[in-house]
Design a protein around this ligand. Structure first.
Ligand code: HEM
Length: 242
């Protein structure tokens, strides 16, 4: 059986993927401790250190994610938005083709994402974006860190206090009414960030299960392709390599 090799994931896409895995693991790990800080008996100073660590990993995560969004416009053919987003010319027919193959128990190989995989990747990227955006708001409203921290501190500083002096665990530096209003505004954001943590854990479990099961059932070394950038198939792929 002769295998044909196809180039798929460029170095930037692979770099994004593995840096994103490291960041999400770090953020979910530290986030789990923050979520359970009371039960774990973490002190107020300890909480600030945990949140600072979380936010610094968060900045790497957000920059990496933004770079991936830009790469969707300028990257290799399989990294582009038109190869990812689940719409565009011919998408409906491709999706119907994948469903038909599943129903008939036929193995179909794809160089890039399968039509169903495009939905999964879009949902994952959207969930990561929402988690990054809510995280940046929390960093501003909790630790007064960029990009929103300066504006928040200016709005809640007690009269006569320089906004640069506003910091966590220092109630004397803030105006109580403005602080209360700011906390009320951020409450739904914390809620969303917490819900998205659980949603992401579920999506990540599904994503890992899907790639492992696909490789076991259909081959095509899709897992090692995220390291090597190449896939190999005996039969011609359903999507045409560009
Ligand atoms: C995959 C990405 C992320 C995951 C899984 C995650 C997870 C979590 C979890 C579980 C918590 C605890 C929530 C709670 O105490 O109710 C948390 C809190 C927090 N996160 Fe994230 N996070 C992520 C990304 C980010 C980013 C990108 C930033 C900012 C750059 C960020 C900033 C914060 C802050 C400031 C808090 C403290 C909120 C508070 O309890 O006052 N997070 N995160």
């Amino acid at each position: 059986m002769k295998l044909q090799e196809y180039k798929v994931w460029d170095a930037t896409t692979r770099g994004f993927h593995w840096l994103n895995v490291l960041c999400v693991l770090g953020l979910a790990g530290v986030g789990t401790v923050i979520l359970n800080d009371a039960a774990l008996g973490v002190s107020n100073e300890g909480k600030v250190i945990l949140k600072l660590t979380h936010v610094w990993i968060g900045y790497v995560f957000v920059l990496n994610l933004l770079w991936r969004f830009v790469w969707g416009f300028i990257g290799g053919p399989y990294a582009r938005w038109r190869a990812i987003l689940p719409f565009g010319r011919g998408y409906g027919a491709q999706l119907a083709g994948e469903f038909a193959a599943i129903r008939e128990g036929r193995s179909q190989n794809y160089v890039g994402h399968t039509p169903l995989g495009r939905i999964a990747v879009t949902v994952l990227l959207g969930a990561l974006l929402l988690q990054g955006a809510t995280g940046l708001i929390l960093a501003g409203t909790d630790l007064y860190m960029p990009p929103f921290g300066k504006t928040i501190a200016t709005n809640i500083a007690a009269s006569g206090v320089d906004p640069s002096q506003v910091r966590p665990n220092a109630p004397e530096t803030v105006d109580p009414e403005s602080y209360k209003a700011m906390r009320a505004m951020r409450a739904p954001v914390v809620e969303t960030h917490e819900i998205m943590y659980f949603v992401l854990l579920g999506l990540i479990a599904l994503h890992v299960a899907a790639v492992v099961l696909t490789e076991l059932k259909h081959g095509g070394n899709i897992i090692s392709a995220m390291f090597s950038g190449r896939k190999s198939f005996a039969n011609p792929p359903a999507d045409r390599p560009e």
